[in-house]
Design a protein around this ligand. Structure first.
Ligand code: PGA
Length: 251
């Protein structure tokens, strides 16, 4: 049985006080939700505080990005060893906003995945097609290519550290979520690719979250699908009651 997982991606939002309030509020509610994993991804500058507030609680703290080298002349960047040093558990990579605004390629993302695993941080690897790719019938081809390339440096004994997130780009921040059936089709396809790459045992354990306009009122139908192991939540993770509303839909 795969354990469900819900992660809030706070993107470039919130300030110190609201990060503190949200994490404190979440931690006080987590006792109700011991049957699943919950995490949040605050902006870099709030990570040390977040780790401190979540310490020894069952809330995972994720970074939103990293650079795929351990150290060096990369002004403004943050490395996986630095994230490990402050106690970060997970790191989002391959998010469509980074692919789009920072021109990140699958090859570059693959290097991030590798460096994260080397530093015992779980990569949350996002994949997903753009609207024009879906309309052109290219969804499976695009997503398959992303999964294969981004995992190209990961072996079968370590890929279990990775959590995948299928996030159709046209559903992110638009209020238009994929239907549970649309999402499930792609999740099943991704699991098949993991099976081809690493074998059935590995693929049956691989967690694949859905992301894109997940809200309390659509979360249940998505997460109840066999192939959907949780959600990566943007906008609706910024308010405690909405985020808890989503978490509480995981039965
Ligand atoms: P959204 O964002 O929930 O605001 O659509 C999801 C994401 O970008 O991970």
């Amino acid at each position: 049985m795969r354990r469900k997982i819900i992660v809030g991606n706070w993107k470039m939002n919130l300030d110190g006080k609201s990060v503190e309030n949200l994490i404190t509020g979440l931690v006080s509610r987590l006792g109700e939700f011991k049957h699943l994993d919950v995490g949040v991804a605050p902006p870099f500058v709030y990570l040390p505080m977040a780790v401190c507030l979540a310490k020894e609680k069952s809330l995972a703290i994720a970074a939103q990005n990293c650079y795929p080298e351990s150290r060096g002349a990369f002004t403004g960047e943050i490395s996986p060893p630095m994230l490990a040093d402050i106690g970060v558990d997970m790191c989002i990579v391959g998010h469509s906003e980074r692919r789009r605004y920072f021109n990140e390629s699958n090859e570059f993302i693959a290097r991030k995945v590798r460096t994260l695993i080397d530093n015992n941080i779980k990569p949350i690897l996002c994949v997903g097609e753009k609207l024009e790719e879906r309309d052109a019938g290219e969804t499976l081809e695009v997503v398959g290519d992303q999964v294969r390339k981004c995992l190209s440096e990961v072996g079968s004994d370590e890929v279990g550290e990775v959590v995948l997130a299928y996030e159709p780009v046209w559903a992110i921040g638009t209020g238009r979520n994929a239907t549970p059936e649309q999402a499930e089709e792609v999740h099943r396809f991704i699991r098949g690719i993991i099976g081809d790459m690493y074998g059935e045992d590995v693929s049956s354990e691989m967690r694949i979250m859905y992301g894109g306009s997940v809200k309390p009122d659509n979360a249940y139908d998505l997460i109840a699908k066999d192939e959907i192991d949780g959600a990566l939540v943007g906008g609706a993770s910024l308010a405690l009651e909405q985020f808890v509303g989503i978490i509480s839909k995981v039965l």
